[in-house]
Write a protein that binds this ligand. Structure first.
Ligand code: GRF
Length: 207
């Protein structure tokens, strides 16, 4: 599965994808890592593994659509396109538009550090901790035009302890992210995900 990975920050999810590929467990190839921030450590992780990188600063584009068009062009230029290629948002802190989604229909994945539809947005871990829920977790989903909203592929749960804040809960959720995101991408690589409305069915392997 040829993929482009979009990052904005530390890139630990990117690292888990790289490692799973190198272990021979995930049947994907990262053709390009795009960051909207030049200082994102994810870029360095990519370079360390010889993966092409690109910085596209959203500040250089007038609209989200202009930014996405430039990103799609770069992704296409690196050999990732629909229907076979996919785009993986791994801590990419930008809302994407129709420009990206139309170029990759049902081929864009995102990971969110909460059990959607609870606690969407940029502070999923902290919002869940502050709310006082007893269970939170992470969600991998197909991306649609609403933020943190598309059909759910996989979720994993962690218990929350009373009095904890997002800084304490976050790392435990992140650990789970590193397990479920490569799993979800592998299912896509194996062509095992079937979307029916809001429901994602996992087809049996080999059929
Ligand atoms: C993760 O918690 C992800 O769910 C969220 O941003 C964080 C990114 O972490 N969207 P990293 O850059 O992969 O380390």
């Amino acid at each position: 599965l040829p993929i482009a990975v979009l990052v904005s920050g530390g890139g630990s999810n990117l690292q888990s994808i790289i490692d799973t590929i190198e272990e021979g467990v995930l049947d994907a190839e990262i053709k390009l890592v795009v960051s909207n921030r030049a200082r994102a450590f994810g870029l360095e992780r990519a370079r360390n593994h010889g993966i092409p990188t690109l910085v596209l600063s959203h500040k250089d584009y007038r609209t989200r659509e202009d930014f996405d068009r430039a990103m799609v062009k770069a992704i296409h230029d690196h050999g990732v396109s629909a229907p076979h290629g996919a785009v993986v948002m791994a801590g990419f802190m930008r809302i994407v538009t129709h420009e990206l989604l139309a170029a990759f229909p049902d081929r864009v994945l995102n990971i969110h550090p909460a059990l959607l539809p609870s606690f969407p947005g940029v502070h999923g871990q902290g919002d869940a901790a502050d709310y006082g829920v007893k269970i939170s977790g992470c969600t991998v989903h197909f991306v649609d035009e609403e933020m943190d909203h598309g059909p759910v592929i996989i979720q994993a749960a962690v218990p929350c302890n009373a009095g904890e804040d997002g800084d304490e809960l976050g790392p435990r959720i992140l650990k789970l992210e590193h397990r479920v995101f490569p799993q979800a991408i592998n299912w896509l690589a194996q062509d095992r995900l079937e979307i029916q409305g809001r429901h994602v069915h996992l087809k049996v392997a080999g059929i």
